[in-house]
Design a protein around this ligand. Structure first.
Ligand code: ZN
Length: 78
């Protein structure tokens, strides 16, 4: 059986099912919790940014994942 670990929190994803219990974002594997955090963090930032720019969005997403990998958690803006 394949063992899959979340790149952000480093926890093992038990019984990994793509798009169900883990998510592949760019070159990273994220568990459901970390993907939810990423989504919340991007949503919060996107609201402050007009007009929407996809290249900028992708870079922000990558930056958030990198911070998440360093801190074992994606920072969700408050
Ligand atoms: Zn995770």
């Amino acid at each position: 059986m394949k063992h899959l670990f979340c790149d952000v929190c480093k926890r093992e994803v038990v019984d990994p099912i793509p798009m169900r219990t883990f998510y592949h974002v760019r070159e990273f594997d994220l568990c459901e919790n970390c993907r939810d955090d990423l989504e919340a963090a991007t949503k919060f930032t996107v609201r402050t940014r007009q007009p929407f720019d996809f290249a900028w969005f992708q870079k922000m997403q990558l930056d958030l994942i990198k911070i998440g990998i360093a801190k074992n958690r994606i920072p969700v803006g408050k």
